[in-house]
Design a protein around this ligand. Structure first.
Ligand code: ACM
Ligand code: ZN
Length: 542
């Protein structure tokens, strides 16, 4: 602890701007340690990128990202052709640095060479991201930029993430974004050193993943009569030939996105919502609901959102088939099964659900929900994956090996009982909320208030959680629900710059968190986003 403190203390000295000193690099998320060094490395057409086989992908990524702005066609080689190796960028794995854990890297820049050493290839990749941020922001331009001196300031950096799960959730059900747009979001996540993309693929308003065995899921479930949510029909172009609003990803699309994410060291966690939030699925296959329709309306006119019947064996057969196809497509450890906001009214009135409760000895509908999730957990576990679900999967008893995504509580209880937890509390990580109290200056949002400063204050470790259970907190993520976000430019606006604050909360050492320093580094990040043509909220930080 002492050592960490000293290392951080020296970092704080370094980032304090000294009169006349060169500004320190505006790296986001803030690395563990940054020590400024004499001199600078200058990129030139002769610069070589030297990579061993294990780091070749990161080297190619670097070359590809240096080329558009500089126009230099860097070659990736396994050995320097120039024996003094001057002017080379070395990328390699190391086992010699005892400080470096998974995803960690050390980056050294001198006038002669740049060296990135990673504990693994992900570490090398994050070293590359930091190197790009050390260059002038025009390096992010997609076209040739002339008149820029492509200098990297001398520096020694050692860095690794605080948390293993650094995520972003995108809801593609309420509104649909193309495969290309999703891949662009993945590019931007990688720049922020985020490594988990939670793809909310199904919900009441749209089913977005092709399932071969049940074609109606996308023939019917991927489309609705209009854009909905009282939004301007012109705010999106996601219309089919027949004029219906929607869209879906084919299994080929999904495989390509998964492979693309892997190349960026991002794991995709697919979410297939159940037993609630399932109107789209039940519109296509209404026989899986209690009533035989996608939703029920009670005597008072109340609508019970689409909920699968927990009494019918056919429901479980259907979901087994769906999950079999989903698990074939997504190699990551976790499969998200939703589980949030399940109204129990249908189950209370359904003879089959009530019979199930009787035969299984379940005392109420919460226990019936727990029964439902446990059955699904067996299917997921049998495929070698793990189940994760929202806070409410704890109701009626948490399934034995399930992980919890905490949005409304339950983290401390779950972690204390040995379950893994991902933190995504509404108070700090709901990116559908307003970024300002001045609503007239903002695009219409669902409500709430989540300014940049509040995201920056996100502390994933619950204060009440004893130290011995803290390793169960895998990390955290932001969630972008998209009821009022009809197009991808608007997605960018809701995500940036809040994702930069989230990234720092999840990556950087807890004691290094510095809101003032973050704000000083933000303009450079805005320049990087400008160069890439990304939409973001530019207003004063709140
Ligand atoms: C949620 O926001 N319903 C998980
Ligand atoms: Zn039922």
């Amino acid at each position: 602890m002492k050592l960490t403190f000293l290392r951080l203390a020296s970092l704080v000295l370094l980032v304090a701007p000294l009169a006349g000193a060169a500004p320190l690099p505006a790296i986001i998320p803030l690395p563990q340690t940054v020590i400024a060094r004499e001199g600078a490395f200058r990129l030139s057409p002769q610069t070589q990128i030297i990579a061993e086989a294990a780091t070749r992908d990161s080297a190619r990524y670097l070359a590809a990202h240096l080329k558009p702005a500089t126009g230099f066609a860097f070659k990736v080689k396994s050995h320097p052709t120039n024996p003094s190796a001057q002017g080379a960028i070395f990328l390699r794995l190391t086992t010699a640095n005892p400080h470096l854990r998974a995803e960690g890297y050390a980056l050294t820049v001198t006038a002669d060479a740049i060296t990135i050493e990673g504990a693994d290839d992900a570490g090398v990749f994050y070293g590359v991201q930091t190197l790009l941020q050390l260059l002038p922001p025009q390096i992010y331009a997609t076209n040739l930029v002339t008149g820029v001196d492509w200098q990297v300031p001398g520096v020694q950096i050692e860095d690794q993430p605080r948390f293993a799960w650094r995520g972003l959730m995108l809801d593609v059900s309420r509104h649909f974004y193309t495969k290309t747009e999703v891949e662009q979001l993945l590019d931007l996540m990688a720049q922020q050193k985020l490594n988990t993309f939670h793809w909310h693929l199904v919900d009441d308003q749209g089913w977005r993943i092709e399932i071969k065995k049940y074609p109606r899921l996308t023939e019917v479930g991927a489309w609705r009569s209009g854009v909905g949510f009282k939004l301007d029909p012109q705010s999106t172009t996601s219309y089919g030939k027949d004029g219906r609003y929607g869209g879906f990803y084919t299994q080929k699309d999904i495989r390509e996105v998964v492979a693309y994410a892997q190349s960026l060291h991002i794991t995709i966690v697919p979410e297939i919502e159940m037993p609630g939030h399932s109107i789209a699925s039940l519109s296509a296959y209404p026989e899986n609901s209690c009533s035989g329709g996608p939703y029920s309306i009670d005597a008072t006119g109340g609508v019970f959102h689409g909920v699968y019947c927990a009494g019918k064996e056919e429901t479980f057969a259907f979901l087994t088939d769906v999950l079999d196809e989903v698990m074939d497509l997504f190699p990551g450890q976790y499969i998200h099964i939703g589980g949030d906001e399940v109204p129990k009214d249908n189950w209370r009135k359904c003879e089959l659900c009530q019979a199930r409760m009787k035969s299984e000895g379940l005392k109420d509908e919460h226990e019936l929900q727990s029964y439902f999730i446990r059955r699904i957990e067996k299917i997921v576990d049998a495929h070698g994956h793990h189940l994760i679900g929202w806070s409410e999967i704890r109701e009626g008893g948490l399934a034995p090996s399930a992980a919890v995504m905490d949005w409304i509580g339950g983290a401390v209880e779950a972690a204390t009982n040995g379950h893994n937890v991902v933190m995504s509390p509404t108070k700090y990580s709901y990116f559908d909320h307003y970024q300002s109290t001045n609503h007239t200056a903002e695009p219409h949002a669902i409500g709430g208030y989540l300014p940049l400063s509040q995201v920056y204050a996100f502390e994933p470790l619950p204060a009440r959680l004893p130290a011995k259970f803290q390793s169960h907190i895998l990390g955290g993520q932001a969630n972008l629900w998209t009821e009022y976000v009809a197009n991808f430019k608007h997605v960018q606006y809701m995500v940036f710059p809040r994702i930069c604050a989230l990234s720092e909360a999840l990556w950087s050492p807890r004691d290094a968190r510095d809101w003032t320093g973050f704000q000083q580094r933000l303009p450079a990040e805005f320049s990087r986003l400008d160069e890439q043509g990304i939409n973001y909220r530019k207003g004063s930080s709140e």
